[in-house]
Design a protein around this ligand. Sequence first.
Ligand code: PLP
Length: 397
Amino acid sequence: MISEKIKSQIGGEMVIRAMFEKGIKMKQEFGADNVFDFSLGNPNVPAPDAVRDSIVDIITNTAPQKVHSYMPNAGFPEVRKAVADHLNSRYGTGYTPDNIIMTAGAGSAINLVLKSILDAGDEVICLAPYFAEYKGYIQNYYADVVEVGPMDDGSFYPDCEKLAAAITPKTKAVMVDTPNNPTGVVYPEPVIKEIAAVLKAKEQEFGTVIYLISDEPYREIVYIEHEGELPWLPDYYDDTVVTYSYSKALSLPGERIGEVIVPDAADGSKELIGAITTCNLLTGTVNAPSLMQLVLARCLDEKADVGFYRKNAELLYEIVTEAGFEALKPQGAFYLWMKAPDGDDNAFTDMAAKHKILVVPGSAFAGPGYVRLSFCVAHDMIERSRQAFMDLGAEYK
Ligand code: PLP
């Protein structure tokens, strides 16, 4: 018998996977070219050549004992140094290898941080709509998810007044994800400053520590014009911990590689780094995949082809708006957030599936009334989906 807790989680968080599997079945039934699958954020841009060249070179020319062995739970020291140096040159920070813990992707990074800071009954705030798995991750540690809705001006920026009202003495962390999954919105600097100001004020009011967990798998995938780098959140709020992933940045999601960055300024940073490292062991992950650590240390300046995603974003936005739908123009990540015309995202998802368009209902992200379309797909699939969107739009006219 599986546990009651897992039973309750299987329905909700698994919606995206369920859509993905539905897509596989529909493709078998109708033919792959006749199904327009926008369900899963699985990058379809190939990893940069440097990644494959590094894999070949490392397995050919590095001693197998080095490539395939255990190493310290936080990762290879030289890889953590390479990551720290890279961040220092980008953000003018002064990180050392001690501030970096290599992880099996962002999913593991977030779990390690949560496991390190949460006791049963603690609260973690998620800024809705948010990445569906956060909920399950938080519940893994018997903590409570507190959802805070966005501004009601259609910007999908967090509503900082509501955020302030939701913080209690039990609030241990706030999850922030910009560029955002599922909305494709990038928070500008004033929004980051506002979040930081709210958290600082609440830490003072309650005499507690509230970590800002900045989950950044889409940091490199940005379409809007901005000057230089996106804001680096630890510059705005000391108790920030960054969870990062190479899944999207280097198109390597199956390889499971990412990191946690705990700056010295974060409260109890040394203990936190120790706890996160131990949790790598306690969760049974032990360490981030060794070959991938060595690979990414050589590929830190590489990026997936953002131009490809930008073209997809533009084409999909053009098609859905032409079909009469209201949508947010993607600013980053690879998601388009579209309004369900009659406000019922589940019914709209079913109607879209009848036209062989697979989307994920916004309710799965605590964003009812909208659906998410993931456009990390072949450009020609988007082009071929045009008529299906026109037909779907006609259903609502
Ligand atoms: N966080 C967000 C916002 C994501 O969208 C994803 C994956 O889609 C993850 C974390 C997990 O990424 P990873 O593959 O690095 O575990």
